[in-house]
Design a protein around this ligand. Structure first.
Ligand SMILES: Cc1cc2nc3c(=O)[nH]c(=O)nc-3n(C[C@H](O)[C@H](O)[C@H](O)COP(=O)(O)OP(=O)(O)OC[C@H]3O[C@@H](n4cnc5c(N)ncnc54)[C@H](O)[C@@H]3O)c2cc1C
Ligand code: FES
Ligand code: FES
Length: 1302
């Protein structure tokens, strides 16, 4: 095998085991999780652990067994209980993350057949899901736990469900929860004796085969795996520059993302001496080859057995080992690899550095010991390993009496996220007198290496542990550990604040222990300070779901209204569901990759392709010149190009396309394309810069209602404000993928593509190839998540890929890597909202004047959406409120960023947030609660929107009332206030948000659908419709419709996917209406094809286009009927924040939704909660960072954090209103794909509430001005205190910041 090959491509391309998915390639998403098992012939034990196949060099697996999702069960044989339960508990939507989830749980169960909830959430910490919100996945896994169904934290015999949060009852009288969405009794039991055994041949091989050094080689590289320490040392002597690869979690990403190349690699994983565990009299010695997971187990055991005073360091290490990366990485990464990598944000090195640890080194020349100190961590040559030395083990001493060690970290997300700042701190008093004898403090995340505040510590030695000492220490440390304003990673003032906030926490922690040890000598901590001590913990998650009952008159065989499992659920879980890149290669297939612009606004001076063209395997490189007259296309008024012609307008602009025999060859050649640019002025990145340069897409839109100017004259108060909202990356788990196959006859072309809009792909490919549409067929079986991001940019990529396929008469595959995808495709529009509100003393808002600016990016390749977005933003900005006099104007800013796109909610999450922020401020001005002001201004039953569409808002009021009751809002508000009065450093916040979400695509043309139904003579039915299955379960709902209409079991109905061959001219799948419109078409079609009589009398096939939804809007008059109906809802969230670190935890969310009459409550609840968690991410942790030159820094899960398992609300309660009638919709159902995103802002406003409480207590008045996302940085810096005042501030303009808010 080629030592450069990783296990993931080996499985997918070579073995054609495509169940294991590619999501990021860097260990950050878990989609590629497999189980690795190894037999140790000395201990005779087998170790199973989860691992990321994308980072495992295939050579490192000699003698190991790899279990993939295909290996544990399949629909052809028997599915595994894990696969069954995740599917039947509705834990899959698009299904792309599911095989990884399955393998993480499977591995857990191999080691712990009855896991605890802690083990379970720990096992899933490294797996991301963009669709489900995790609740159903956790519910599925809980069925394996000994006790399931609740939080399992039975304090005083009362669990969270009995007790409610804050000790309040869960529901008001009369409320009830529904039965579970799945039937546990029907699950296959987990029988550990039935699991695959470790292959005996591998055991024999390990026992009997003569052990010798193995060498794997290719033309470029050699991989050595020695068997004895002596051989290892000799190899290291011979190849001193060769890395010693253990977990490859540090070397692997460097090779992949930074282009580092190592001609020789030494892999010492068979060297026993690297796995030593020695319990000596002065401490532990741990082998450098032990994985971080093994280190964690060893330390946990030692902490249990030894007295607390000896294990201070081990406890601190354990704290960080719990949150460091995900379970896969912890099981792969080694202690030695971690230490030697010396990552600036390493969690363990700052701790080990304060702990007097030493490193045991060995080379051919002999052994020696070096201290693990600042010099070593900053790679000082005289304190470092010599090139031929190996780290054998690490000595970690026991702590002594009167010695205390603590660990601190704050990251963008609580778990599986590199720390923004972390720290290790140790103090030694020597005796009871409280005089500091030794003090060590070090920080990670601050500079290029771990930094020790050595001088500061020296200066406070000999002083008493008191507040004066703390004050001096803070000032000294700030001086010593200085951070320039332009430091990489940004967040400079936050980092400075964390440096001393951690020190304060340490001071309090130690003070508390001293007090415990000698209560006479040491003063008690002020009660209110005690709240600084506890970290915010993820308590075990529990949830209740309340959904609609089936009416007694419904036929028992009729599946409509039942929680039917996703049609592909089981196939998702077994890895049999086929996504675009899972399709087998076509003969002579080529791979296409893009070269993109590295400049944001520049002239292309020259492109030199010569070197790239001479690389092996390269077939062609295409530029705009090659595409010539088909390089441009027109949307409305603007002409766009596929590949840049003479200028580039953003970093990530497509410049040329490299075509080669393989992906590896194409990527290598792409790096050799040389482009010379000449920068152009102006460079516009931010909305403010666009306003300054008057850089807008035309035309501007305005919506006006009543008489705003007159109303301002009569109101009691007027306030003006603004809010900025950052963008959001779609982060669909399956990146943009396609395979274009020329059919070789009549110029036909088949396009297999992951898109939401096959008709558009068909059109753009046909026009690029100058073919009629009937020659181009576009096929989509399923999409691994889309959220609005797989429409227009997909079309551009498809056009170029098809051009290449046509030119060479060969199939061409194009699959973007995660980083490329994030760079090229843009995301949700950042917004700036300005408002002026006129209101009365009682909170009634009589006049509102709004200006909305969105950052549309460089091009109009989304012109239709950009303009629609602006309209949508305007039409949706009222949310649930009746503003009698309203003016709202919207602009789309043309900037030098990748063009932003449609994204779930379509302008609503931004426009709604601006309105809610205004309401917050009005409430603050009136001295009322925001909820009161929300209620006062809410639509009444029969009302009219600003665009004069009639609405009946009865269900809005009902959702609000029910959410108030279900969440015990009033009682909890009191409890929160009490908590806040008693706790200075932790605050809680509670917020409730109403929702009126308009559904409809705003045009009559977009409100239609077609379906094709075949009934075969054996009675089986084949359905096709225009909707795309992207996780929302539309195909499942369609089969429910057919089953009801034809009165036949669902098993008789089949659905193969979507194709322009069967359903022409279908609309885009988006805007919450996919099931609505296609369902109506399917219903009409089946009734046309089949007239029910006593026996089945099929009439053959029928294709019927359905009228669908009407809509119109007259922008001149500002009135119309743009929407078909409204989805109503309300959400109440409670959070706790840590004022010292900016951390937050969502303690509880209650959601009430009006879904009409649900066709499938499991799928509908899935959409609501999945969207809610996505919205929560949008408003809190998902942060895109751009450099001042317009380069996107955040290009993968390492830098961009979407919610993970740890972000689930501790309690989640969802309730659907009883069924209501909607005459126009399919069985009175409502589309729920998008609306839930906005409810995520209840978390934003709950944090806002908590921050306000902190500021009030600190005597700070005036508007808060918090922007979205409300990251730990913003929370911490808003909770101003003596520490934020202490830090140095840089004059704006005196430095070049690392990032600019766009
Ligand atoms: C997705 C992801 C998330 C992460 N999250 C975190 C996090 O939250 N917190 C954190 O602190 N870290 C995090 N990390 C970093 C991780 O901890 C390190 O990558 C890991 O510990 C390195 O160990 P390894 O065995 O994989 O090293 P390898 O990549 O195998 O080797 C790294 C370096 O160490 C050298 N080396 C290894 N062993 C020896 C030896 N015995 N003697 C001499 N030289 C040796 C190698 O030559 C090489 O230069 C994350 C990494 C990834 C990929
Ligand atoms: S693909 Fe391996 S972790 Fe994302
Ligand atoms: S179901 Fe998890 S990413 Fe789609």
């Amino acid at each position: 095998v080629d030592p450069e090959t990783m296990l993931l491509p080996y499985l997918r391309k070579k073995l054609r085991l495509t169940g294991t998915k590619y999501g990021c390639g860097g260990g950050g998403c878990g989609a590629c999780t497999v189980m690795i098992s190894r037999y140790n012939p000395i201990t005779k034990r087998i170790r199973h652990h989860p691992a990321n196949a994308c980072l495992i060099p295939i050579c490192s697996l000699y003698g190991a067994a790899v279990t993939t999702v295909e290996g544990i069960g399949s629909t052809h044989t028997r599915i595994h209980p894990v696969q069954e339960r995740i599917a039947k508990c509705h834990g899959t939507q698009c299904g792309f993350c599911t095989p990884g989830m399955v393998m993480s749980i499977y591995t857990l169960l191999r080691n712990h057949p009855e896991p605890t909830l802690d083990q379970l959430t720990d096992a899933l910490g490294g797996n991301l899901c963009r669709c489900t919100g995790y609740r159903p996945i956790i519910d599925a896994c809980k069925t394996f736990c000994k006790t399931s169904g609740c939080c399992q934290s039975k304090e005083n015999g009362i669990c969270c469900l009995d007790q409610g949060i804050n000790g309040l009852p869960e529901f008001e009288e009369g409320s009830e929860t529904s039965p579970k969405l799945f039937t546990e009794e029907e699950f296959l039991p987990l029988d550990p004796t039935q699991e695959l055994i470790f292959p005996p041949e591998l055991m024999i091989m390990a026992e009997k085969q003569p052990q010798r050094t193995r060498v794997f080689g290719s033309e470029r590289m050699a991989w050595f795996s020695p068997v004895t320490l002596k051989e290892l040392l000799e190899l290291k002597f011979k190849y001193p520059q060769a890395p010693v690869v253990m977990g490859n979690t540090s070397v692997g990403p460097e090779v992949k993302f930074k282009g580092v190349f190592h001609p020789v690699i030494i892999s010492p994983d068979r060297i026993e001496e690297l796995s030593v565990i020695i319990h000596a009299s002065n401490g532990l010695t741990l082998g450098a080859g032990l994985s971080l997971a093994q280190v964690r187990d060893i330390l946990a055991d030692v902490v249990q057995k030894l007295p607390e005073e000896k294990t201070q360091m081990y406890q601190a290490l354990l704290k960080h080992l719990r949150t460091l990366a995900g379970s896969q990485i912890r099981n792969m990464a080694s202690l030695g690899g971690h230490i030697i990598s010396r990552h600036p944000d390493s969690d363990l090195n700052p701790l080990l550095a304060v702990g007097n640890c030493t490193l045991n080194l060995l080379s051919k020349e002999g052994k020696r010991q070096i201290p693990l100190n600042e010099q070593f961590l900053s790679k000082c040559p005289n304190a470092d390993l010599k090139p031929q030395e190996i780290l054998i083990s690490v000595n970690i001493p026991y702590s002594r009496k009167w010695e205390f060690v603590s660990a601190f970290r704050q990251a963008q997300r609580q778990e599986n996220a590199l720390a923004i700042v972390n720290s290790g701190m140790r103090v030694f008093f020597g005796e009871e007198d409280g005089i500091i004898r030794e003090l060590s403090i070090s920080y990670g995340g601050i500079g290029p290496t771990t930094i020790c505040a050595k001088n500061s510590c020296q200066k406070v030695i000999g002083r008493h542990w008191n507040e004066e000492m703390l004050d001096t220490a803070c000032r000294l440390v700030l001086d010593e550990v200085s951070l320039p304003g332009s430091a990489p990673g940004g967040k400079v003032e936050f980092k400075r604040t964390l440096i001393i906030s951690f020190l304060f926490k340490f001071y309090l922690e130690v003070s508390q222990i001293l007090k415990k040890m000698n209560s006479v000598h040491y003063p008690s901590l002020a009660d209110k300070y005690a709240s600084a001590l506890e970290d915010l913990h993820s308590r075990h998650q529990c949830s209740t779901l309340k959904y609609q009952k089936i009416g007694p008159k419904q036929h028992p065989e009729d599946p409509v209204g039942h929680p039917i499992m996703h049609l592909s659920g089981v196939k998702h879980a077994t890895g049999e569901a086929i996504y675009c890149d899972d399709m087998p290669p076509v003969d002579q297939e080529l791979f296409l990759t893009f070269v993109t612009s590295s400049r944001a606004h520049a002239k292309i001076v020259s492109i030199d392709l010569s070197e790239a063209l001479s690389m092996p395997g390269v077939v062609d490189i295409m530029t705009a010149e090659h595409l010539s007259d088909v390089n441009s296309f027109c949307f409305f008024t603007e002409t766009e190009t596929f590949l840049a012609t003479d200028k580039v307008f953003c970093v990530g602009h497509l410049v040329c396309a490299v075509l080669a025999d393989s992906e590896v060859q194409a990527k290598r050649a792409a790096k050799r394309v040389k482009i010379v640019y000449q920068d152009l002025e102006p460079l516009i990145l931010t909305i403010e810069e666009a306003i300054q340069h008057n850089s807008f897409f035309k035309p501007e839109r305005k919506l006006e209602y009543g008489n705003v100017d007159e109303a301002f004259k009569v109101v009691d108060h007027i306030l003006e404000g603004e809010i900025h909202m950052g963008g959001q990356e779609h982060f669909y788990m399956e990146t943009q993928s396609m395979l274009v196959v020329p059919k070789g006859e009549d110029q036909e072309m088949d396009v297999y593509v992951s898109t939401q809009f096959p008709k558009y792909i068909q059109d753009i490919v046909a026009s690029t190839l100058k073919l009629p549409a009937n020659k181009v067929m576009c096929h989509v079986r399923r999409v691994g998540g889309a959220f609005g991001g797989k429409v227009f940019k997909t079309g551009t990529i498809a056009a170029v890929t098809a051009f290449a396929a046509n030119k060479h008469g060969r199939a061409v595959r194009c699959v973007l890597e995660r980083g490329e995808d994030m760079l090229i495709t843009g995301g949700r529009h950042p917004y700036l909202g300005k408002y002026k509100a006129g209101f009365m003393n009682d909170g009634r808002i009589l006049a509102l004047d709004m200006e909305h600016y969105n950052n549309a990016g460089a091009s109009l390749d989304e012109s239709i959406f950009v303009s629609v977005l602006r309209k949508m933003g305007l039409l949706k900005m009222d949310n649930a409120y009746k503003f009698p006099n309203l003016r709202c104007r919207g602009w789309a800013c043309r900037t030098n960023l990748p063009s932003n796109m449609a994204f779930r909610g379509f302008g609503f999450p931004q426009a709604g947030l601006i309105t809610e922020s205004c309401i917050m401020e009005v409430a603050a001005k009136c001295g009322l609660s925001p909820e009161k002001v929300r209620m006062i201004n809410m639509y009444k039953e029969i009302d009219q929107t600003p665009y004069k569409q009639e609405i009946n808002a009865k269900n809005l009021a009902q959702c609000w009332r029910e959410c108030m009751a279900m969440s015990s809002y009033s009682q909890r508000k009191v409890v929160v206030e009490k908590f806040n009065a008693e706790n200075y450093w932790k605050k809680k916040g509670l917020a409730m948000i109403p929702l009126k979400f308009p559904v409809g695509l705003g045009s009559r043309a977009a409100g239609q659908a077609t379906a094709l139904v075949h009934i075969y003579l054996d009675g089986s039915v084949l359905v096709t419709h225009g909707g795309i299955e992207m996780g929302q379960g539309v195909h499942t709902k369609m089969i429910q419709v057919v089953s009801r209409e034809l009165r036949m079991p669902m098993s008789n109905v089949h659905l193969r996917g979507t194709s322009t061959e069967t359903v022409p001219n279908a609309n885009v799948s988006g805007g919450s209406v996919v099931a609505d419109l296609n369902g109506l078409a399917v219903k009409v079609t089946v009734t046309a094809v089949y007239i029910p009589v006593v026996c089945i009398t099929p009439h053959g096939s029928s294709s019927v286009s359905s009228r669908g939804y009407e809509s119109d809007m007259n922008w001149e008059k500002g009135e119309g009927h743009p929407f078909e109906y409204f989805v109503y809802g309300a959400a109440c969230s409670e959070v706790e924040i840590d004022c010292l670190t900016g951390d937050h935890k969502n303690i509880r969310t209650d959601i009430v939704m009006d879904v009409g009459r649900s066709i499938n409550p499991a799928l509908d609840i899935g959409q609501i909660e999945g969207a809610f968690i996505q919205g929560m991410g949008l408003y809190t942790i998902e942060e895109l960072n751009y450099s001042p030159q317009g380069v996107l820094h955040t290009r993968g899960p390492d830098q961009y954090k979407i919610p993970a398992v740890c972000d689930m609300p501790t309690q989640l309660h969802i309730s659907l209103l009883p069924p209501s009638q909607n005459s126009n919709t399919l069985y009175s159902s409502k589309g729920l794909g998008e609306s839930g995103v906005f409810l995520g802002c209840s978390v934003f406003f709950a944090i806002h509430d908590a921050v306000s409480a902190a500021r009030q207590e600190r005597g700070l008045r005036g508007p808060l001005g918090l922007n979205s996302p409300l990251t730990p940085e913003k929370i911490r810096m808003a909770c101003e205190d003596k520490f934020t005042k202490m830090i140095p501030r840089d004059e704006p303009g005196s430095y070049v910041p690392w990032n600019v808010p766009i």
